[in-house]
Design a protein around this ligand. Structure first.
Ligand SMILES: [Zn+2]
Ligand SMILES: [Zn+2]
Length: 396
């Protein structure tokens, strides 16, 4: 059985990458320039979901640091649509403007980001986030064809947002353990039975009993047996994106209940290796949906600028808010950044020194031994990567 004393734990069962596309030590988690919030974004009719997602991405420190350096466009050979070039231009413009801007390049690229999107229609912000991150990932991979799955997870996009989950099934009769791993870019959490983020995470790692129709085919026992299945976070991402599943796809209704979330989150209890140093994350963006159904309503967000202050960003409007207000929202998406060397209570803005936190993802994939079960669709098909669809797929 796997043991690990620290975060540099090596994931078993994952193929090592043949190439490292972005050097992990160059990912900087701490803002490299300090300033007040940038500009708001103009709404061209039902585009608040797009504005809110763009603002959350703009204030993602490791992504913004990289885009502000313009390293991508200097080396980009992509002809036509490139989401990284678009995001680089967007972030540089937003963070250097005072008056609201129109995210024209993103709007023009709308159908390239997701074929199913229609301008003028309110889209789901989580869907748009997934498609945007996936489009950035495709841009990072465009110059490298035929890469193995592990190498695909060494792009800057995957090193920022990506992590790995482990699913462990234990046979009831012979006690054999079978593990499988799956890449994720965000963690959709069920909130029907949870009143807080930590309770939802607790539910998520609670073992599920497999029996009857759901029973497990044990390769050792060579028959269908009862078993337990448990998910854990195996490799923690640098940026943890959580979607609180407020929308019911079948009824189109919304779960409007309060779900509490902390400013600082310790992911350690939900890891495969649950004992050890706390794995601290600091909240830096909250995307909010107001309204009663997923087909309407309004999206806005709260983001923490590089000066350490929080702002409410509602289309064109950018206004200072207190952390207390930020923590009392009907959150739909929560964005947490790994605190590499911060203790709870310290303000990340108090230090502008670059921090080269180790890349857990690349360590996970770089040092493993054998080919494993990170599936072939694991990193390219966005829907296959999310936890929600994975859990659904395994339940069907
Ligand atoms: Zn590009
Ligand atoms: Zn068995």
């Amino acid at each position: 059985m796997a043991t690990a004393g620290n975060d540099s734990f090596i994931a078993e069962g994952m193929t090592p990458p043949q190439r490292i596309l972005f050097p992990p030590e160059k990912i900087c988690m701490v803002w490299q320039q300090r300033q007040s919030a940038g500009a708001g974004l103009r709404n061209v009719g039902n585009t608040c979901f797009l504005n809110a997602v763009l603002q959350c991405l703009t204030y993602t420190p490791p992504l913004a640091n990289y885009l502000l350096s313009r390293q991508h466009s200097q080396a980009c050979r992509q002809q036509g649509f490139c989401m990284m070039c678009i995001m680089e231009a967007h972030v540089n413009k937003v963070l250097r403007s005072v008056s609201a801007i129109l995210p024209l390049a993103v709007l023009r690229a709308f159908r390239f980001i997701g074929e199913h999107f229609q301008l003028g229609r309110e889209e789901d912000a989580h869907d748009f986030l997934c498609c945007t991150v996936n489009a950035m990932q495709r841009a990072c991979l465009s110059a490298s064809n035929d890469l193995d799955i592990s190498s695909q997870s060494t792009t800057i996009v995957h090193q920022i947002f990506g992590g790995f989950l482990r699913s462990r099934v234990i046979c009831f009769s012979c006690k054999a353990i079978s593990d499988s791993y799956e890449a994720f870019l965000d963690v959709p959490l069920d909130i029907k039975a949870a009143s807080s983020l930590t309770a939802a995470l607790e539910d998520f790692v609670t073992p599920e009993h497999l029996d009857g129709e759901n029973c497990f085919q044990c390769s050792k026992c060579e028959k269908n047996v009862a078993a337990t299945k448990r998910f854990t976070v195996h490799c923690a991402p640098k940026v943890l994106t959580v979607c609180l599943k407020r929308f019911d796809c079948f009824t189109a209704g919304k779960i409007s209940k309060v779900v509490e979330y902390p400013e600082y989150l310790d992911l350690r209890p939900y890891m495969s290796q649950a004992d050890g140093e706390p794995l601290l994350y600091s909240l830096y963006a909250v995307l909010v949906h107001s309204g009663v159904s997923c087909h309407g309503g309004h999206y806005f967000c709260y983001t923490k600028a590089s000066n350490g202050l929080w702002y409410r960003m509602d289309d064109e409007s950018v206004q200072l808010r207190s952390i207390d207000t930020v923590l009392r929202q009907q959150a739909y998406l929560l964005f947490y950044a790994r605190c590499s060397d911060l203790r709870i209570g310290e303000r990340p803005s108090s230090s502008l020194a670059p921090s080269h936190a180790p890349s857990f993802l690349s360590q996970c994939v770089a040092s493993s031994k054998q080919a494993g079960s990170v599936g072939p669709q694991g990193l390219t098909g966005r829907t296959k990567v999310t936890l929600g669809s994975w859990v659904r797929a395994s339940e069907e």
